[in-house]
Structure formats: C-alpha cells, structure tokens
Design a protein around this ligand. Structure first.
Ligand code: PAF
Length: 287
C-alpha cells in the first residue's frame, strides 16, 4: 500500500492502473476510520481493480472552528485499517496541498441543502461538494463510495456528479450499526460511557417513526410527533431535527411512497445523525 501526500505524486501513481484499463474506486473519508468505512472499502474492493482511500479533514465543511479542531484524528491507526483492507493507495493531503490559497470558486448546493442538516449547518454541503469535486478531479475514479448514514450528503454527491457531468458512478453503502442500533460514526469516539448509553435514543425514535409508517399513518407530522415523543430530552440529549423527506431531501406532508426519516441529535457536545428508509403499506404492495 502506498501513502501519498501530494496531488502530483498521486496522479503519477494512478496513471498506470488507468492506462491499463483497471477500474479505479475512490472512498473519500475524513479518517478516524471505523467498521462503516471498512464496509465502504470492502465494497470498493469487490467492484474495483484499484482502490484509493482519501483521508482529509476538510476545513471547508465545518462551520464551527471548535468542531473542526475536535474532529478525531488518528492517522497511524487509519493506515493500519487501510492496509488490512487491502487498499492500494491512501491519499493524505495537507490543507495547504488541497487549498494552497483560500478557494475563490466553491460549489453552490441549491434546494438539496435547504432542509435537514443543511438548515443547521449553513455552508456545510457547499464545503462537502467542493472537496468531493476536487477529489474527483484529482483521482478521476470510475466509482466512488459513500455511506447511506449521511443520506443528504449522498444525495448531494449524486447530484454533483450529474450536474457537472462527472463520469463517476456513485455507490451508496448501507449504514453499519452497533448491536444496539447506534449508527457507526467517527464522532461516536467522543461520547463518554454515559453519553454512549443515551446515544441510541435517535435510532429508537427513527424505528418508532418507521413502525408508524409501516402501520399506515400517512400524516408526516403525526409520525414525527410520535417519534419525537419517544425521546425524553434531558441534560445530555437534545433532538435537533426529525423530518420525513423524499429521495430529493424535500419535506413530505402526506406519506404515499418510500420516504426517508432523518434526524440529528446532540448528545452532550457531540452531534449525531441517522436515518431510516421507510415504506408505507400501500407502496409495499405495489413494489
Ligand atoms: O463523509 C465524509 O467523511 C466527508 O463528508 C467526505 C465525503 C469525505 C468529504 O469531506
């Protein structure tokens, strides 16, 4: 496995697999790798002949300086994870390598970023789309892999590839969960043992929403009202949002087909997100 810090070196290294017609898969990450990332890499390994992983904590997508500073970083362990997962190249650029000067051109994400996390993290999806566009330009992957846990990010990246005619296939990979349902996230590392015990409240609320939808409740507000009630807020836990949206991340009022129920919850100083795809009974019969 090669570890590469510079864009020019990475381009030289990717030249051979590209010329020999090998399929190149890219797994973009911000490091602090966990079993969810390993699943993305395994999927890339199954599909592609050459697998690149990027590890870069992208300052452009953090709207709060303290959040950027507190984001977990553990490069040596990440490299071990990549080695064990049979990655071909890990790209670990510095911030000055990717942004030698503050960028004057960034991707403006419209509509898709109006709801869910976009409402609470202004500029976040512009930062994500900008760095992903840069990584696509640098690596020129055939396929790229993103977790379904970040459903809104996945929708933005799919749309980015379409709107900018980027010849890359975007693959969404199902969320990996701990046995009690908590979605794996690099941010889980920040939870204290007592916070970790409360962190499943979001998943439980999403399951509650899913069972109401499966049970035939079609009023999205009624579904979210009941799901919210499943979380008892206390000094540790605060729900930021819980919404029912369609595949374009737009709010749904009447549930008549497949929807996504998505939420964000603060546990102490840590913000967690999660979502579940839900199918109402009528749509289930049609499928
Ligand atoms: O999901 C992430 O880890 C990041 O948002 C991504 C896609 C690597 C862009 O920085």
């Amino acid at each position: 496995m090669q570890v590469v810090k510079s864009i020019s070196h990475l381009r030289v290294l990717l030249d051979e697999p590209r010329r020999s017609g090998r399929t190149i898969g890219l797994v973009p990450t911000m490091g602090a790798l966990h079993a969810g990332h390993v699943r993305l890499i395994e999927r890339a390994r199954e599909d592609c002949e050459f697998v690149a992983v990027s590890i870069f904590v992208n300052p452009l997508q953090f709207e709060r300086k303290d959040d950027l500073e507190r984001y977990p970083r553990d490069l040596e362990t990440d490299l071990d994870v990549c080695r064990r997962a049979d990655v071909d190249v890990v790209f670990t650029p510095s911030a000055t390598e990717l942004y030698p000067t503050p960028p004057l051109c960034v991707v403006d994400v419209r509509q898709l970023a109006d709801h869910l996390c976009g409402r609470f993290r202004p500029g976040h999806f512009s930062g994500v789309a900008t760095v992903v566009l840069k990584l696509f330009q640098i690596v020129l992957p055939d396929r790229s892999y993103f977790g379904e846990k970040d459903a809104q990010q996945l929708a933005v990246v799919r749309r980015l590839a379409r709107d900018f005619n980027i010849p890359v296939t975007i693959i969404g990979v199902p969320t990996v969960r701990d046995p009690d349902g908590l979605a794996l996230s690099s941010r889980n590392r920040r939870l204290t043992p007592s916070e970790r015990a409360r962190a499943t409240a979001l998943y439980k609320a999403l399951c509650e929403a899913r069972s109401h939808i499966a049970g035939g409740i079609t009023d999205a507000e009624e579904v979210t009202r009941r799901a919210r009630a499943a979380i008892s807020p206390d000094a540790t836990v605060r729900l930021e949002y819980l919404e029912v949206v369609d595949a374009d991340m737009q709010p749904v009022t009447v549930i008549s087909g497949p929807v996504i129920v998505a939420g964000a919850m603060w546990v102490g100083e840590t913000r967690l997100i999660d979502n579940l795809g839900c199918i109402p009974p009528a749509a289930d019969l049609e499928a």
